[in-house]
Design a binder for this molecule. Structure first.
Ligand SMILES: Nc1ncnc2c1ncn2[C@@H]1O[C@H](COP(=O)(O)OP(=O)(O)OP(=O)(O)O)[C@@H](O)[C@H]1O
Ligand SMILES: Nc1nc2c(c(=O)[nH]1)N=C(CO)CN2
Length: 195
């Protein structure tokens, strides 16, 4: 006879698997780009780094210097400047779970998605995830515009001078081909690697 004190778990609960809870057995590396051009930009970038570190299955291994950058892809002078940085992670989250987590961190910092390349409190993009190359529009790897963006490649090169962007080659070589003029180091500002 079944025990009447044991309540069955509703099927809907059993089936609700949060993608960010799925893990791989071997950690992989990933590089994320962080950007902010509204609100307290430095505080937000640090908060995003700390939130990523607080994610089960994510360890932040390196944090780049901070750059102040002209908004890319929009009319000059139409938006406030960005603070940008990149982080390098080790993660047991598969790519789709990492993207889901990136979106959750953006939302925690009140990210509003209205216009493409519009101003934002926080942008978290997956620049690269291990050597994966994919043209899936939900998660394109590497990020489809990373090879064109000095605000991504300069800080990545700072923390990993030998880095390669899968499908594109060494970051150092990509940097020789793009305009880096709108990207200014801010050595007076610092982001902390979580302990
Ligand atoms: N590598 C990636 N990293 C983050 N988002 C991606 C990636 N590839 C595809 N996407 C998709 O792009 C969608 C739009 O992302 P987002 O709003 O961050 O774009 P954006 O920051 O305005 O512009 P950009 O994509 O040029 O950085 C996301 O919902 C996501 O599904
Ligand atoms: N300077 C700068 N420009 C941008 C940035 C960014 O992070 N920095 N992000 C964008 C959309 O991801 C569009 N333009």
């Amino acid at each position: 006879m079944s025990d009447p004190t044991v309540q069955p778990v509703p099927t809907s609960v059993v089936e609700q698997v949060d993608a960010a809870d799925i893990t791989l057995s071997n950690p992989r590396w990933a590089v994320l780009s962080l950007g902010a051009n509204l609100g307290n930009r430095l505080e937000t970038l640090q908060g995003a780094i700390d939130a990523l570190e607080d994610t089960p299955g994510v360890r932040v291994k390196a944090v780049s210097p901070v750059y102040e950058t002209e908004p890319w892809g929009v009319e000059p002078g139409s938006q406030p400047s960005y603070f940008n940085a990149v982080v390098r992670l080790r993660t047991t989250l598969p790519p789709d779970s990492l993207l889901e987590r990136a979106h959750a961190v953006e939302e925690a910092f009140d990210r509003v998605r209205d216009e493409r390349w519009g101003p934002r409190t926080l942008d978290v993009d997956i620049v690269a995830y291990a050597e994966i190359v994919s043209d899936d529009p939900v998660l394109t790897l590497p990020h489809p515009r990373a090879h064109l963006r000095a605000f991504v490649l300069i800080p990545w090169h700072d923390i990993d001078p030998g880095a390669e962007l899968p499908g594109h080659g060494p970051v150092a070589g990509l940097l020789e081909r793009i305009d880096s003029s709108g990207v200014t180091a801010r050595p007076d500002l610092e982001l902390r690697l979580p302990e």
